[in-house]
Design a protein around this ligand. Sequence first.
Ligand SMILES: Cc1ncc(COP(=O)(O)O)c(C=O)c1O
Length: 459
Amino acid sequence: MKIPFEPYRSRIIEPLTITTEAERCRYIREAGYNPFLLKAEHVLIDLVTDSGTSALSVRQWSAMHGADESFTGSRSFHKFVDAGRKLFGTRHVIPCHQGRAGEHLLAKSVVRQGDVIPANTHFATTRANFEVAGGRAIDLPIAEQGHPDSDYPFKGNIDIGALERSLLDGEISRIPFVLLTVTDNAGGGQPVSLANLRETSHLCRAHSVPLLLDAARIAENCYLIKQREASEQQRTVRAIADEVFTLVDGLFMSMKKDGLGNCGGLIAVNDDEWAERIRANLLISEGVPSAGGLAGRDLESMTVALDEMFDDAHLEYRIASVHALGQQLVDAGVPVLRPFGGHAVYIDGRRFCDHLSNEQLPAWSLSAALYVASGVRSWETGNVMQGRFEEETQQWSWPRLDLLRLAIPRRVYTHSQLEYAGQSLIELYRSRTEISGLRFVYRPQRLAQFVATFEPVSD
Ligand SMILES: Cc1ncc(COP(=O)(O)O)c(C=O)c1O
């Protein structure tokens, strides 16, 4: 695939810091072999996340300079709510400081002890928030998601049969809503098809159960629908998104991904009672309901992004550059999850490090080794993020896939910088048996990836 011309030019630059391999060995050891705990200034190309790392546009900066910073009822808030209502078609649009704040507010306001929340796949923080509220988050991805080599174009789809069974299970009164994560980050950045969205919506409406979206990457999901779903190729991404919003009863959204912001999130719902409870809880933990803990300038940046994120040239370039990185790895024989995700390329850690057992955390060990070899920071979504130690059986239960994610920040890195990251991984693949396994030194009960520490198994 030919990479289109970058649809922007850079007028502010940030120099990169070059480090030596010996220095990086020390930095990763000091960070407890957790790349998340490295100082960012010690990272050359930071592919740890596409979240909150976008370069802002001239339009966003100019809107931010005109922000109204009144404590409550600001002009910036009303502009944001108007744009959100117009886009999502919901009565209530409530800002909050980031995606997980929205999840927390929704969980606190709607999820009760013993509730069950079926989804294609819950993202880690979503699951944690629902579980802390006493709910049980169940993942019902289609079987193709477990096959890294399958080119099935919509591996983010929910298994409709399994969803129907859980709705008929007699547990329906315990299901406050069904959730579709678009795109499915924990499942490999894979999109949900419009056909699957329509079917899920139909099923939920037939059972009178609300359907919600985790819409963190809604624009990329809709672009991939346009690209991969034969019937949708003539429509604009925005027209596809407009239909998607009619199929659901609400959504929560981190505005740090497709929302092209360094912070921010939102909840959009129709249900007046839910909205009232959310606002009441928001007052306790976030700020006033007409700011959600954000500055007026953040609301301005989000308002612009609600439009800018659907820009065709931006999406075309972005998806093509992610694709080019994936193809570079595939051409060199690196085991990569197919098809490539919208925001990231995922490497199959177990196949890359087939000399390491699950306990030796293959994708996590690869992430540490990649940093030492090249200064490229990546992130695991696998054994550390999703593995669970079952107290009852005293056994580990491992996720179906142990993946290393190269997430691409929006509008930040050039094609040659991404090529360097790809080449570094290819070189590491050639000497992969030298990658040493890691084991936990400190492992918290939840969200281990952010704070856990490790040591080499050989020590
Ligand atoms: C699908 C998905 N949902 C929710 C979140 C949480 O959003 P935030 O990081 O803004 O709290 C993330 C973050 O990566 C995500 O990928």
